[in-house]
Design a protein around this ligand. Structure first.
Ligand SMILES: Cc1ncc(C[n+]2csc(CCOP(=O)(O)OP(=O)(O)O)c2C)c(N)n1
Ligand SMILES: [Mg+2]
Length: 327
């Protein structure tokens, strides 16, 4: 299993990695409270607990690289550099949102920043990332594409087709499978034959590795190796990251009766990527430095919420713009 120590990254890089993960956590905790008080509309799936995956993967990417996300996409978007004010406006369905308020949580996209979109279709990102990677290959561009896929989505036929095409065409693509233990209310031991998705990649002759998805350094090192391989013509890879989610499947509809007693409390106490990151970097980054990041991030999220609430809704005249068909 590939691992990278905190020592391989400079102080500024470590602080930036913490800022990304801490922003995702604060964004998600705040969205949860907004949803709980009935302030926020729409279907929202929270990413808290899995931050080290998004941050570790995107930390290993270059600016021109692309990611294709999932229905649980806020963390991916933030880690790829999307603006949290635009994202929050999008969640509130307001003008100036990432999709001008017309997409909501599950459709946040920002092509300028290489975010090809959250996706309401399970495993929908896998063929998109293959398409983006194929364009890089055909046009002789250096960009690498990443598909994020959940453990449940890995059972979709389109995922198997994507793995096959990626190897047949030797595409510069990295499949990042996030095994958070559940597909909605169904645990992996009920839906995943063989339990590790990585073993399926072996059947396609694709290099695959399994990492602790709460370990930023393990995720980043595995991604750096996969990205290097993809960028230098070595073809696709798969990285399977294990990390539990701190919230239910979806805001508002999940009492989580399928989870063990105290399971989430235990995750928060023993498998918090922010806490393990702080311990790992203690020799280089002080607790005061991290606390200063906390203050800045919390303030930025507050601003995003206030801004989103105050923003106008899209004009009625725009109802039929940005759609594929003409009415
Ligand atoms: C093609 C398709 N089938 C079914 C669904 C309904 N659905 C939404 S989320 C989900 C489970 C996804 O589980 P997983 O891939 O493990 O992602 P997680 O929610 O755990 O992040 C399902 C079945 C869907 N969105 N798309
Ligand atoms: Mg899952």
């Amino acid at each position: 299993m590939a691992t990278e120590s905190a020592g391989a990254l400079g102080r500024e890089e470590l602080i930036e990695a913490y800022r990304v993960m801490r922003t995702i956590r604060a964004f998600e905790e705040r969205v949860h409270s907004e949803f709980t008080t009935g302030e926020l509309p729409g279907a929202v799936h929270l990413y808290a607990g899995q931050e080290a995956v998004a941050a570790g993967v995107c930390g290993a990417l270059a600016e021109g690289d692309y990611i294709a996300s999932t229905h649980r996409g806020h963390g991916h978007a933030i880690a790829k550099g999307c603006d949290i004010n635009e994202m929050m406006r999008e969640l509130y369905g307001k003008e100036g949102g990432s999709c001008n308020g017309k997409g909501g949580s599950m459709h946040i996209a920002d092509f300028e920043r290489g975010m090809l979109g959250a996706n309401g279709v399970a495993a929908g990102g896998a063929p998109l990332a293959c398409g983006s990677a194929l364009s890089a290959k055909v046009l002789n561009k250096a960009h690498v594409s990443v598909a994020f896929v959940g453990d449940g989505a890995a059972n979709q036929g389109s995922f198997a087709e994507s793995l096959n095409l990626a190897t047949v065409w030797q595409l510069p693509v990295v499949f990042v499978v996030e095994d958070n233990g559940y597909a909605q209310a169904t645990g992996t031991r009920y839906h995943l034959q063989g339990l590790d998705v990585a073993r399926r990649a072996e059947a396609y002759g694709m290099p695959a590795t399994i990492v602790d998805g709460t370990d930023y350094f393990a995720v980043r090192a595995a991604t750096e190796a996969a990205v290097e391989r993809a960028r230098t013509g070595g073809g696709p890879s798969l990285i399977e990251c294990k990390a539990g989610r701190f919230f239910g499947h979806m805001e508002g509809f999940d009492t989580q009766g399928y989870r063990g007693a105290g399971e989430v409390d235990k995750l928060r106490a023993d498998a918090d990527c922010l806490a393990s990151f702080a311990t790992a970097v203690a020799g280089t980054v002080s607790a005061d430095d991290l606390a200063a990041v906390d203050v800045t991030v919390d303030a930025a999220v507050e601003v995003a919420v206030a801004d989103a609430k105050a923003a106008p809704s899209p004009e009625l005249s725009e109802l039929l713009t940005d759609v594929y068909v003409t009415y």
